[in-house]
Ligand binder design. Structure first.
Ligand code: GCW
Length: 635
């Protein structure tokens, strides 16, 4: 196996192999993953030896390390990496490359997955990659496989090096062509799976619940024997080709995708159907909880989209087969810049749960804005503003942000989101600022202290900056409908999507209290139910998510709602301009192409932030009639 280290470097450029280069290394054990360890070491400049090694990789580690854990011990003359299984040695190698500390390392959750929303055919509205901001798919172009397997191999390395071990290749919105990946186009999947397998990454496929109908059956009813047999047969064929196939990912009864509701069945019936087909082969079904009514009457204040996943799924706790993983978005709505944690997380103790994050920046600047998301993810994982995801999640998932762009992610700095996702999925307690520094160190080896600290300054607070100049206080969705880029305060206000801010001349926000609203606060365990219910205790950042507040309401930080809106929007836009200023000092320090790409995107960010500031401030000034206390220009 040959590894081209210089092809698409990202966080594994040849220079970071310094700790390995020139060393005499002994690797014991056999098998495909051990072969990868050897190939990586060779490509990194190590000499593989039988004895007299100063670095050793070997099995026989403590079984308590599990299938992926490893231990690093640096002695005076020799460093030893031990694992109980080959996959652990691969992780141990990458850990050594990033100078991980001595000691035992084990992942927090067993599966750490990335989901691609890649289409096989170019979708007329969504393009090659749904919500993709990094060019086309790495896997398909206009209906046919790209066959650029070198790029796929490089991607597999990057994923493995940050700890990812599973991937879903195609969009959860499964159109007719994508449905064929499961059947007559399985060879394309097998080809990709071979690249990922070398790095310990198992391949999964998104499937349509209506697949049996697409293939000629009169029904897809999960309780119909013909349907049960169809899935069993098709799944058997998949495993004949791909014995280590991971399983199915399903978006059902959601935004127009077919599902069990068509047949009067429950989501447990639907998920168990596929789980039954997968079980004999050791596969799992990831069944998404993103189920809500996207055709609701905006005049009806009794329906609340934020309740939907909880209301649909908690009654089914205990009804799912063991190999069903209910996959829930981290927030109750849809990957907004700020949301509370989804109340479903932690509310289904008898069900395996995967928590889905969105690395692709649909609502967070679409990879034109710098928005380092790890601080948000970390605070959700650790429960800074609500129940912690850590401990409640059995698995982690992120929607991928890469494409065929030469920088992988369109905005080169957006690579940090994918890297940080992998690292936080492995260890939920990592400090996001430290992960950022780790990414900077790996991606820009040899960087001067000025480059390091400037990059850190540009990126570390960028999510909060983005939050400041966009939708205020947790209200969300003030974006242009359809593509979701740029401000449009009322864009979704009178639509059926359930995404409302309810601004009027007196106030803004959604009353989700038990006392007078949709009762959504009551879906949380204590103390959070009471915290969110009480205007006085609710964290400011979520104030308008849970409450409809008068513009003059004084927040916990001492400002009024309206003044907070003005202050944060002026500050956020100014911060974006400062970020650009910082970046422009780096011209001599980074390669010209990278410098130019980031500079061009920052110029757009500065423009867009000013547009957000002006539209949000003008909108709320006109609604409320309250002037800015500091007399700044509002149009
Ligand atoms: O937020 C919405 C996106 C859709 C996406 C959906 C989902 C894949 O706008 O593009 O569809 O979420 O998560 O299923």
């Amino acid at each position: 196996m040959d590894i081209d280290m210089s092809a698409h470097p990202a966080w594994l450029p040849p220079e970071v192999w310094q700790p390995i280069a020139g060393r005499r290394v002994r690797v014991t054990g056999d098998g495909p993953l051990i072969d990868t360890v050897r190939a990586e070491l060779r490509a990194g400049g190590a000499t593989l030896v039988g004895d007299g090694a100063d670095l050793e990789f070997g099995l026989g580690g403590d079984p308590a390390l599990g299938g992926e854990g490893f231990e690093i011990v640096r002695g005076e003359t020799r460093t030893v990496v031990r694992a109980a299984a080959p996959h652990g040695l691969l992780h141990g190698l990458f850990a050594l490359v990033r100078s991980a500390p001595d000691g035992r390392h084990r992942p927090a959750v067993a599966r750490r997955m990335v989901d691609h929303w890649d289409n096989v055919d170019v979708h007329p509205v969504m393009g090659q990659v749904e919500r993709g901001y990094a060019g086309g798919s790495l896997f398909w172009r206009a209906g046919v496989p790209r066959r650029d397997l070198g790029r796929v191999a490089a991607y597999a390395r990057l994923l493995a090096a940050c700890g990812v071990n599973a991937i879903a290749l195609n969009n959860v919105n499964v159109h007719a062509t994508e449905a064929r990946l499961l059947t007559d186009r399985l060879a394309e999947v097998a080809e990709l799976a071979a690249e990922f397998r070398r790095y310990g990454i198992r391949v999964h496929l998104s499937v349509s619940f209506a697949a049996p109908v697409q293939h000629g059956l009169p029904t897809a009813d999960p309780l119909d024997d013909r349907v049960v047999h169809w899935w069993a047969r098709v799944t058997r064929t998949v495993y004949d080709t791909l014995p280590d196939f991971g399983g199915y990912l399903v978006k059902a009864d959601s935004e127009g995708q077919p599902g069990p509701f068509t047949y009067g069945r429950t989501h447990a019936d639907g998920a168990n159907l596929l789980a039954g087909a997968l079980a004999p082969h050791g596969g799992v079904v990831h069944w998404r909880a993103f189920v809500y009514n996207h055709r609701q009457d905006w005049r009806d204040r009794s329906t609340d989209r934020a309740r939907a996943a909880h209301d649909h799924f908690t009654p089914l706790d205990g009804a799912f087969r063991d190999n069903v993983v209910v996959q829930v978005k981290h927030g109750p709505m849809d990957f907004q810049t700020r949301e509370p944690v989804a109340p479903l997380i932690g509310a289904m103790p008898g069900t395996r749960l995967a928590v889905e994050l969105q690395a692709t920046q649909e609502y967070t600047g679409q990879q034109r804005h710098v928005c380092y998301l790890a601080p948000m993810w970390s605070s959700l994982l650790l429960g800074h503003e609500g129940p912690a995801i850590a401990g409640a999640a059995d698995e982690m998932v992120a929607v991928a942000n890469v494409g065929d762009d030469p920088f992988w992610t369109g905005h080169p700095l957006a690579q940090a989101n994918l890297y940080a996702y992998g690292r936080l999925a492995w260890d939920h307690t990592l400090d996001p600022g430290a992960v950022l520094d780790e990414w900077i160190g790996l991606t820009f080896p040899g960087a001067s202290p000025a480059l390091r600290s400037t990059l850190h300054a540009v990126m570390d607070g960028s999510w909060r900056t983005y939050e400041r100049y966009t939708a205020p206080l947790g209200v969300g969705f003030m974006v242009r409908p359809g593509h979701h880029y740029g401000p449009d305060v009322d864009g979704y206000e009178y639509t059926p999507w359930g995404t409302y801010h309810h601004a009027d001349r007196d106030g803004v926000g959604v009353d989700r209290t038990m006392a007078t609203g949709t009762g959504m606060t009551g879906l949380y365990p204590e103390p959070w139910a009471s915290t969110y219910e009480s205007v006085a205790d609710c964290p400011d950042e979520l104030a308008l998510f849970f409450h409809h507040l008068p513009y003059g309401h004084v927040l916990r930080d001492g400002t009024t709602v309206i003044q907070h809106i003005y202050d944060t929007h002026f500050a956020g836009a100014a911060e974006a301009a400062a970020m650009r200023g910082h970046w422009l000092t780096l011209e001599a320090e980074v390669p010209a192409e990278l410098f130019g790409r980031v500079a061009e995107r920052l110029a757009e960010q500065v423009r867009s932030a000013a547009e957000w500031r002006d539209q949000i401030n003008a909108y709320f000034f006109r609604k409320s009639g309250v002037p800015d206390r500091h007399g700044r220009p509002i149009y």
